[in-house]
Design a protein around this ligand. Structure first.
Ligand code: ADP
Ligand code: MG
Length: 260
């Protein structure tokens, strides 16, 4: 990591480097006629923890999905870790191997055990020997504090446990960047904390993270930057303290007054 550190970045030992992880320039996306993302410019540095919030339908999920090519963009550029996202499948594979993703619905394979869920892609996509894939999977299942569930099936676990498995499964691919799309919004309240705790730990270890979430306590504790989106645009962004205490635009103020 570089010695040069951004001014407002370090919080609780979490540092941000001057190395760019994601660079988005003039990006626009349409779903048919519908202009869903407008002139998105965003630079994410390694080690940043960015929280993205905004009203439903503002394009948060679409933005996150464009970053690992689950959705195509039509204008502008997205560069992830030096690789420009084009329709070239080689580039898409490279970017997906560096970017992990966790969704609201955990998307675990129901007919595979927890351990098999975590070793499937490493073995078949990354061609990692089975023994090593199992060791790695157990390492991350320990990290998310459920190694004892390794031989169970997803349906036998609570929602919070399943989401932690989904995080462990992503980590088994050794991503450099993690994207989260409302990872706690399908969970019962008592399970939200255990998932947020896992994400906090990941942040403390220096993972570059973009998290779509309305968990504003998490944003205050972990984020070095909060981005507010509305109508497909980045309306405002700031460090959490400023963002919450001194929101600039009417849209942001209105949004915050509804959720805080
Ligand atoms: P958010 O995550 O902020 O709620 P989304 O990115 O899911 O917003 O959606 C932004 C807008 O794009 C919404 O109006 C939604 O209805 C629309 N949209 C999302 N996915 C599709 C799709 N596959 N086809 C057409 N419209 C879509
Ligand atoms: Mg969404």
């Amino acid at each position: 990591m570089s010695e040069q550190v951004q001014e407002n970045a370090p919080r609780g030992g979490m540092t941000v480097s001057d190395q760019v992880a994601i660079e988005i320039n003039g990006m626009n996306k349409w779903y048919g006629q519908f202009h869903v993302l407008r002139d998105i410019d965003l630079t994410v540095y390694e080690g940043e923890r960015i929280v993205i919030c905004g009203p439903s339908g503002s394009g948060k999920s679409t933005l996150i999905r464009c970053i690992n090519a689950l959705e195509e963009h039509q204008q502008g550029s997205i560069v992830v870790d030096g690789t420009r996202l084009t329709s070239d499948l080689k580039n898409i594979d490279k970017i997906r191997s560096e970017v992990g993703m966790c969704f609201q619905h955990f998307n675990l394979f129901p007919h595979l055990t927890i351990l098999e869920n975590c070793t499937l892609a490493p073995i078949w996509v990354r061609k990692i020997p089975k023994k090593e894939a199992i060791e790695t999977a157990m390492h991350y299942l320990e990290k998310v504090k459920i190694p004892d569930q390794a031989n169970k099936y997803p349906g036998q676990l609570s929602g919070g446990q399943q989401q932690r498995v989904a995080i462990a499964r992503s980590l088994c691919m050794r991503p450099r960047i993690m994207l989260f799309d409302e990872p706690t919004s399908a969970l019962d309240p008592e399970m939200i904390k255990e998932v947020l705790d896992t994400m906090i730990e990941l942040a403390e270890e220096g993972m570059t993270m973009l998290c779509v979430t309305h968990e504003m306590g998490f944003a205050r504790q972990v984020a070095n930057r909060v981005i507010f989106m509305a109508d497909g645009q980045i309306v405002e962004q700031n460090e959490p303290e400023e963002f919450f205490n001194n929101p600039q635009s009417d849209r942001t103020q209105q949004f915050l007054s509804q959720i805080l």
